[in-house]
Design a protein around this ligand. Structure first.
Ligand code: GDP
Ligand code: MG
Length: 321
């Protein structure tokens, strides 16, 4: 796009910069994929079983996981046997098609539903990016004209409460908090209560995230969910599990654990920018039917994106596709 176009059309400029960020974020994963497919790009080879084996190895190296890789590879093999993959160009196109088909069902955008306040319970292990996501989402919802209250439900560390407070202050969003060590369920209860009294649209509830293997955390989350239920308006309306892309295949076991404890309704995958394992998004797609509401591509307030399958695959395959 020419610079003058960008200046004339802020919407196009915003979407170009969103694409740039996604594209830059996926550079490390893309490099890892490309490393295995290097001579394919150079390209005069005919597409045979050996080439498909290389595709398989590359997908596994980028943390796409065994199940998803198998699905994609068997579809490619089908095409080879039907002689549909004459050259590298056709293979790239087929790979793109298969990956987009796998990922597209996940692209269901977050929307504030009818019940008010609409309550989003944000869960995930320590460091996954929950508090940061809440901060970014609060800003976005505010920009869209929604009133928001944040609940500082991670009462485990004083720093966690402060961190949420900072995001709130920066974006002019009220934060309901009690001291460190307070009962998390009661903090979140107070926040929903306050939101009801004020007619607030959305409550974003932060939680602690000690290791998911600890039974204590899962019990606490289940209690939070039960306590929310007392308002009788269907809360939580969304249980959003935040996953750090850098943990690779461990993300799948976290989905299972958290789902068992609190019934996960949607996912966010953060830190696509810091990892060569962003292929895990594809593994997640093959393993769960959950919507992927957001991807995190950096620490800044604008680095939270809706997930779009075609853009993701384009950025992932880069010159390959
Ligand atoms: N590079 C990058 N860093 C992120 C992203 N999301 C969160 N972080 C950083 O990861 C760290 C942990 O995030 P935090 O929100 O505190 O995690 P929490 O423990 O789940 O609440 C912080 O330093 C964040 O700035 C992301 O999408 N990209
Ligand atoms: Mg936190």
């Amino acid at each position: 796009m020419r610079k003058s176009d960008v200046e004339l059309d802020p919407t196009r400029a915003a979407s170009a910069s969103r694409w740039d960020r996604l594209n830059r974020s996926l550079a490390r994963t893309r490099d890892r994929l490309a490393a295995g497919l290097g001579d394919l790009i150079l390209g005069e080879r005919s597409i045979d079983q050996a080439v498909i084996d290389e595709v398989e190895t590359s997908l596994l190296a980028a943390d796409v996981g065994v199940d998803a890789t198998e699905r994609v590879v068997s579809a490619l093999k089908d095409r080879v046997s039907r002689r549909q993959l004459g050259d590298a160009e056709a293979l790239k196109a087929a790979l793109t098609t298969e990956l987009v088909a796998l990922l597209d069902p996940l692209a269901v955008t977050f929307a504030v539903g009818a019940p008010r306040p609409y309550v989003v319970l944000v869960v995930g292990v320590n460091g996954a990016g929950k508090t940061t996501l809440i901060g970014k989402l609060a800003k976005r919802l505010g920009d869209d004209g929604h009133s928001v209250v944040l609940a500082a439900g991670d009462t485990f560390r004083a720093a966690a409460v402060e961190q949420l407070g900072d995001w709130g202050r920066r974006n002019g969003v009220p934060v309901i908090a009690q001291g460190q060590g307070a009962d998390s369920a009661s903090v979140i209860y107070d926040a929903i209560d306050a939101a009801m009294a004020r007619g607030t649209d959305v409550v974003l509830a932060d939680t602690a995230g000690r290791l998911q293997a600890k039974v204590g955390l899962m019990d606490e989350l289940a209690k939070i969910k039960r306590v929310m239920g007392r308002f009788g308006h269907g809360a939580p309306h969304e249980v959003l599990l935040v996953l750090d892309a850098g943990i690779g295949q461990n993300a799948l076991s976290q989905v299972t654990e958290f789902d068992r404890a609190v019934g996960v309704t949607a996912l966010a995958v953060t830190k696509l920018d810091g990892t060569a394992k962003a292929g895990v998004v594809i593994a997640i797609a093959a393993a769960t039917g959950l919507p992927l509401r957001f991807v995190g591509v950096g620490e800044g307030v604008d680095d939270l994106q809706d997930f779009d399958a075609a853009s993701f695959v384009d950025a992932l395959l880069g010159d390959l596709a």
